[in-house]
Write a protein that binds this ligand. Structure first.
Ligand SMILES: C[S@@+](CC[C@H](N)C(=O)[O-])C[C@H]1O[C@@H](n2cnc3c(N)ncnc32)[C@H](O)[C@@H]1O
Length: 374
């Protein structure tokens, strides 16, 4: 057991002064345990009510490791405990400016949301709630840490949903409209890779990028370079074909003759009512029965886009009742909708239920008996 673990054990058994003394020896000795020892000592001082000493430890940490955002939030928590309200809030907002995904900063605001002044710009900040499920790849994790990825790319929680949906559906063919720098593309392709099957056809105009620096690749001149580079770096290039151009033209041109062969589609391209409907109509033809179309930005109030929602409203008339759909809230308030192509015009189920099967068997049984007794 290392000294930090020993100190934790001591603290858990109520021996907090002994834990602090043990940690102090390692703080003073320096070395690789110093940061952990200092952080734990600050915490134990704090829970013992020795706030000034805890604050001094956090200040020490910040001066030695200036990039340690958590220490700044912890120190701000002490200011908050002492009633130095404005100073604490300002500090944590400042932390979020340089570390937009710092979980302790979210926790700070979540704890005191009701007490904030109405003009504190926290709701926007809280929308970027951290996701505790690990990213499916290192590239995805790195992209999530960069503020420029959001909100143009989907929220990490939606990245996980796309990944898990694709893992569940295990599609042979997936279609994506709207890649931007390839964040959602990497999530979908990783799911295919981890399932050991499937190919993704991804469509985008792939516009030029101004001053975009990828955390993985460095500067990228356009969305094509970013998407293809991120996929390559994640070892996923073989899972994806990128199609450059307006999706309303490229999808019909490339995929005619492939009706009902895709099991999944993600629609996050043209968000206008007309453009989104055009994309959906093409996707609807390509999806096989049971296949799903996933829409991002389906909640108008949150996303500011009307396209996806208006498509959902028109799905019945556009497809003669071929699709069932649901619209889900998401942590960023933008919304995610899923439309599923029915197996026939009548049953909306993914698979027949046991009741359906039993009813079917009963009908067949009756027919059999009728034939036998005729
Ligand atoms: C919101 S971004 C996509 C973000 C991406 N899905 C993600 O989560 O990482 C929208 C993308 O759609 C693309 N787009 C918009 N209209 C399009 C069209 N008509 N055809 C193809 N791509 C389009 C834009 O170039 C942009 O990259």
């Amino acid at each position: 057991m290392n000294p930090i673990e020993q100190a934790r054990e001591l603290a858990l058994s109520g021996q907090i002064p002994e834990a602090i003394a043990l940690l102090s020896r390692h703080v003073n000795a320096g070395g690789e345990l110093a940061m952990g020892a200092l952080g734990h000592r600050a915490w134990f001082l704090r829970v013992s009510g020795r706030l000034a000493e805890a604050e001094a430890d956090y200040s020490d940490m910040i001066s030695r490791w200036p990039d340690l955002a958590e220490a700044r939030v912890r120190r701000a928590e002490i200011w908050r405990m002492r009633g130095e309200w404005d100073r604490a809030v300002e500090e944590v907002l400042d932390v979020l400016r340089s570390h937009p995904r710092e979980p302790t900063a979210f926790a700070f605001f979540a704890d005191c949301r009701d007490l904030l002044k109405p003009d504190t710009n926290v709701p926007e900040v809280l929308n970027h709630l951290p996701v505790s499920v690990p990213a499916p790849s290192e590239v995805v994790g790195l992209l999530e840490q960069q503020p420029v990825t959001l909100p143009t790319s989907v929220h990490p929680a939606l990245g996980r949903m796309l990944y898990l949906l694709a893992r569940s559906v295990r599609p042979a063919l997936v279609l994506e409209i709207g890649c931007y720098i390839g964040y959602s593309t990497c999530n979908l392709a990783q799911a295919l890779e981890d399932s050991g099957r499937g190919h993704l056809h991804a469509f985008d105009i792939f516009m030029e990028l101004k001053d975009y620096e990828s955390p993985v690749l460095g500067p990228c001149a356009n969305c094509y370079d970013a998407t293809s580079g991120h996929l390559a770096r994640a070892g996923l290039a073989h899972r994806v074909t990128l199609h450059k151009g307006d999706s309303s033209v490229t999808i019909p041109a490339l995929l005619s003759g492939q009706e009902e062969s895709f099991q999944m589609a993600f629609i996050d391209g043209d968000h206008s009512a007309q453009g989104c409907l055009r994309d959906f109509v093409n996707v609807a033809r390509l999806l096989c029965p049971g296949g799903i179309a996933v829409f991002h930005d389906s909640i108008v109030d949150g996303s500011g886009y009307v396209g996806p929602r208006s498509v959902l409203e028109r799905i019945d008339e556009e497809t003669q009742g071929q699709f069932a759909w649901i619209n889900l809230p998401t942590p960023d308030d933008f919304g995610l909708a899923i439309a599923q192509k029915r197996f026939s015009g009548i049953t909306p189920k993914w698979r027949p239920s046991l009741n359906d099967l039993a009813a079917e068997l009963a009908i067949r049984g009756r027919q059999y008996l009728q034939r036998r007794t005729r």
